[in-house]
Design a protein around this ligand. Structure first.
Ligand SMILES: Nc1nc2c(ncn2[C@@H]2O[C@H](COP(=O)(O)OP(=O)(O)OP(=O)(O)O)[C@@H](O)[C@H]2O)c(=O)[nH]1
Ligand SMILES: [Zn+2]
Length: 352
């Protein structure tokens, strides 16, 4: 029956529910995103039993909470836990002001798959990676998912469907086309800017650019994204051929709101990697398979890749794209981005 939602559709719906503050069912568990949960809904969770707070291992490390499960901790809620308690554990912005949040007790044993799926869902909803989980029977009207199946679906690779394309003359290259691609899992659309008419049987000059609203649009001095975007387009324009993928993976995949949280932590003295970890994210949450899939979809299997990031090279190679050359993308330093660039070089292996 084609009118019943597929697993991908149900996962996408669950993501939207959590963003709005509506809980979802993961197997026999009710799950809510801490960031969007209301005080009233928290009380309803507590009326159902003993909820736990699922946090990533990264966040648990910062909070000095024990981790018994693979990649996550299930923190028991004290009976008097309120929204303020939950948010202080989920959101690191006040960590320096209120460093003592414990003692925290981590649940051990039993199946943590629902909690793992809950964290994967809130992460893919680009919320703070913290979820409230309580055993419960299915409630009418809530989206229901099997945790294992949801995890497998989120780990899988979405198919990219071309939606529309048109000529778009650019300052750096008048002969350009913008292609829009839509993943079949309800995720963000991605774009390809094709410059000239690059032959498909030779390595094409290319760039995988991750969205940076602050750098690309506002001209932020805190990073090198805007100048890199324009330098790449200029180089392609000069050569008369190239392809730039504009991937909507803002903030290395954590979303703009979380990136601003990371910037706030950077203002408190943490570097770009530490800030991600304190929030509960890995350094880089991007799915680089998307770049390979889009290149293939456009008919390219060999690239000369403009990047300073060796991970991009190895990820493309690992997903069937031959990188015949790495073309460095030198960027301008200023007093606001110099620490950021140094951290990328020392901690993330960037070749700067
Ligand atoms: N989480 C987080 N993301 C950031 C920060 N500064 C910039 N970004 C994001 O980092 C990404 C940078 O992307 P890219 O320039 O494509 O990638 P890169 O890994 O630096 O590699 P190359 O530029 O190719 O050398 C963008 O999505 C930015 O929004 C930060 O401090 N924290
Ligand atoms: Zn940037």
């Amino acid at each position: 029956m084609s009118l019943v939602p597929t697993l991908a559709e149900t996962v996408s719906r669950a993501r939207a529910d959590l963003r709005m503050g509506l809980p979802v069912m993961l197997g026999g568990h009710l799950v809510g995103a801490v960031e969007t949960l209301s005080a009233e809904r928290l009380r309803d969770f507590q009326a159902l039993g003993k909820p736990v707070l699922a946090l990533t291992e990264r966040r648990a490390e910062t909070l000095k909470a024990r981790v018994y499960d693979d990649g996550l901790a299930r923190i028991e809620l004290p009976d008097d836990a309120d929204l303020h308690w939950l948010r202080a554990l989920a959101d690191p912005s006040g960590d320096l002001m209120t460093p003592m949040k414990g003692p925290l007790f981590t649940q051990r044993g039993g199946d943590a798959t629902p909690h793992m799926a809950a964290l994967a869902l809130v992460k893919s909803a680009q919320l703070l990676p913290a979820a409230l989980v309580v055993p419960a029977r299915a409630l009418a009207g809530l989206t229901v998912l099997a945790p294992g199946a949801a995890l497998a679906q989120m780990a899988g690779e979405a198919a990219m469907d071309p939606v529309a394309a048109a000529r778009l003359p650019l300052a750096s290259a008048e002969r350009s086309r913008l292609h829009i691609f839509r993943p079949d899992d309800g995720g963000a659309e991605h774009y390809a800017i094709e410059i000239g008419d690059p032959p498909r049987d030779a390595p094409v000059l290319s760039r995988l650019h991750s969205a940076c609203y602050t750098g690309d649009v506002l001209g932020s001095l805190k990073c090198d994204c805007g100048p890199q975007l324009h330098a790449a387009l200029d180089a392609m324009g000069k050569e008369g051929a190239g392809v730039l993928l504009y991937l909507n993976q803002e903030g290395r995949g954590i979303g703009l709101a979380n990136k601003m949280r990371a910037y706030d932590l950077q203002n408190q003295g943490f570097d770009t990697v530490e800030a991600n970890h304190r929030l509960g994210f890995e350094d880089d949450e991007r799915d680089f398979r998307i770049g390979a899939a889009l290149l293939r979809r456009l008919g390219f299997d060999q690239v000369r890749l403009m990047t300073n990031n060796p991970r991009k090279v190895s990820m493309l190679q690992g997903h069937g794209i031959t990188v015949t050359e790495r073309v460095p993308l030198v960027t301008a330093r200023n007093r606001f981005n110099t620490n950021y660039l140094d951290t990328k070089a020392s901690k993330s292996g960037h070749l700067l």
